[in-house]
Write a protein that binds this ligand. Structure first.
Ligand code: DGL
Length: 293
């Protein structure tokens, strides 16, 4: 990890956006409600090793998954405003709950900075893998109730039959580092057994929450081997890579940097987040920021 001084501050001084000729050297901004989006950042860095990233986890207001759409939109605007102030060339909403309510709004507000969420790429990944068209989406309460995955899947595959289930406890389990063992397995079964039993046609389980990829091994145990387990991190990374080239925003100027920002609890962010990122980092590498300022 080369987390060091904040990347950026290269946006033109009067708040305008740098020209396309200088923009490509800026970092890609990534935000999430907390540590979960680090699973997405991990995939982005693997796919785009030459790019710099500035990641903001809104740990002070986590979780987003149980908050109203209005609050999540407001938090998303504040997080984006902050990252744009630091200077970014692209924004990735690494949180499913925020993606499901804020993509369109953020695109309008922060144009010309391109914005990508994780819901559309996740839906595309699910549709690409499913043969039967029976897709189960598991996510937070907010994501399920908002229906963004259901809409995104219907757009790509109108004949798909989608069942969505909120699995709120999975977030706490993942944050506690409980990713294996009988208790986790029992919780996963409690949430999924009935749905999978009653809907035997399901051949794809779409992980519509940033935290769920760390529970993949247990999910694999509980779900029949016939069912594909898909998450949006890889497809989001692929979509971002293609769009950067398309917009001439890609860079191959080293060094690639990674800045990690959080709104609360650097210690916890580092401890829990290292597991999500798949790489150990220290609390000293986390810059604490206040979005209200
Ligand atoms: N990042 C959130 C998501 O992907 C999960 C955690 C939360 O509820 O804030 O929906």
């Amino acid at each position: 990890v080369t987390s060091d001084e904040p990347v950026g501050k290269r946006a033109s001084p009067r708040g305008g956006h740098p020209s396309p000729f200088t923009r490509h050297g800026l970092p890609i901004g990534v935000f999430d409600s907390g540590v979960g989006g680090l699973t997405v950042l991990r995939a982005l860095r693997e796919r785009l090793p030459r790019e710099s990233f500035i990641y903001l986890g809104d740990t002070a207001r986590l979780p987003y998954g149980t908050k109203s759409a209005e609050s999540v939109l407001r938090y998303s605007i504040q997080a984006t405003q902050f990252l744009v102030g630091r200077g970014i060339k692209y924004l990735v909403i690494a949180c499913n709950t925020a993606s499901s309510v804020a993509v369109e709004d953020l695109r309008r507000r922060f144009a010309p900075i391109p914005v990508i969420g994780v819901v559309e790429p996740g839906a595309a990944a699910g549709c690409a893998v499913s043969r039967s068209g029976h897709i189960a989406v598991i996510a937070t309460e907010g994501t399920v109730q908002g229906g963004a995955y259901q809409r995104a899947i219907a757009k790509i595959r109108p004949d798909a039959i989608v069942v969505a289930r909120a699995c709120s406890l999975f977030v706490s389990l993942a944050e506690e580092g409980w990713t294996q063992g009988p208790i986790v397995e029992a919780v996963v079964r409690r949430y999924l057994d009935e749905m999978l039993r009653e809907r035997g046609e399901i051949d794809t389980l779409l992980l519509g929450c940033t935290h769920f990829p760390v529970l993949r091994d247990v999910l694999r145990k509980v779900v029949s081997s016939e069912v594909a387990i898909v998450d949006s991190a890889q497809t989001t990374a692929a979509a971002l890579a293609a769009d950067l080239v398309e917009r001439s925003l890609d860079t191959n100027q080293p060094p690639a940097r990674m800045s990690l920002l959080a709104t609360d609890g650097a210690q916890r962010f580092a401890r829990v987040g290292s597991g999500f990122l798949g790489e150990t980092f220290a609390a000293e590498q986390v810059e604490l920021v206040d979005l209200a300022l």
